[in-house]
Design a protein around this ligand. Sequence first.
Ligand code: HEM
Length: 422
Amino acid sequence: MTPTSPTALAERFDLRHLSDAFYDDPFPTYHALREHAPVRRMPDGSVFLTRYADIVAVYKDPKTFSSDKHEEFGPKYGLDSALFEHHTTSLVFNDPPLHTRVRRLLAGALTPRHIGAMEDGLVRLVDGLLDAMQARAQRGEAVDLIEAFAAAIPVEIIGNLLGVPHAERGPLRDWSLAILGALEPALSDAMHTRGNAAVRDMLIYLEGLVERRAHAPGDPETDVLTRLIQGEVSTTERAADGATERLLAKELLHNCIFLLNAGHETTTNLIGNGLKCLLDAPEQKQRLLGEPELIRSAVEEFLRIESSNQLGNRITTVATAIGGVALAPGTQMTLCIGAANRDPAQFAHPDTLDIARMPNRHVAFGSGIHQCVGMGLARLEGRVAFQRFLARFPNYRLVGAAVRSKRVRFRGHLALPCALLG
Ligand code: HEM
């Protein structure tokens, strides 16, 4: 057995100790795990799942596989930390009924109709960024596609969704990177400190924003923050006494933080990863240029092959089994979306980018009751970004190293320096 044989890769895998080679390309390890240890017991007693069928089964049974994170995050962050309070109050890390209440409020402002109404503004935003990039390219400058493009789109779109004034959007991206960065399986002291500080700063900022919006509400049809502040009258309660399902102040603030963060790095990475995928597969780029109607299936394929969110988590509420492995109640589970989306039992030639792939039932947005509320918006952002970028700079090419962010949960790049050629 050589050190890099699939069996060795599977046996040596430890989520808390990962090599640079793994961050560059985790997929050989994921294939090895899926083949040799699809329900892999980790040194800390948790299990790591890599098969598509097992992961979908977990998503579909939220009673057995809970999203509650108190047990996991208590020891990780400390019970009195800002990160603990934030993550355990976010809808994504809660079960019903809190999850249901918050989700209903968010989903009502992110219907296909609302998202469709954002398209014109999004096109203007993207074209403005492309104009600025073109001006730099004409001066002979290389342009970092992450900073100038991929990261610049979601911050504006999510800022619009919550009505954050333009002049106040500056710190949003760093807060978001610090808070979501603290979800990494291995956490340094510096990441911990940065994450806690970001939650505290964001809480102070949002308290002020909520106060201003409560005095001058927006249209609750489209303004998510106004919707969350005003709450929503449930049908039964309206019939009873007109009471609302208002969120507690703490729930309101932490779910705003989550929303600002959830749509941020994930969408940046969709755009950055997609542009890099096309650089790596020039024949697919040529095909997309020749058949622009393939853009929708191309976006799905970028989401599948380079899933921006690679890991999810659940905890068992009762004794159960998955993939033939018995699990005690309270077992922490990591669902490897990145592995599921390259499972050959579900996807033919899973490591090959095929922009026309159909069907493509990937789980990049999860599945079941927690499936991404913002997926329609993310898809729209991706579609408009790729379409407009390729129409303007069909012959873009890398002029420096593509720098990967060394994260296992969120897969993306820190920099993609390119020459923008028409
Ligand atoms: C490419 C971009 C995106 C990806 C890959 C992504 C991925 C995901 C995944 C995998 C989940 C499920 C988590 C779980 O079940 O444990 C999720 C949940 C969520 N996402 Fe996204 N997301 C993206 C963009 C967005 C955007 C743009 C928004 C907001 C506008 C958003 C808001 C949310 C919310 C609120 C949840 C929690 C839903 C719930 O718990 O019911 N996401 N996302």
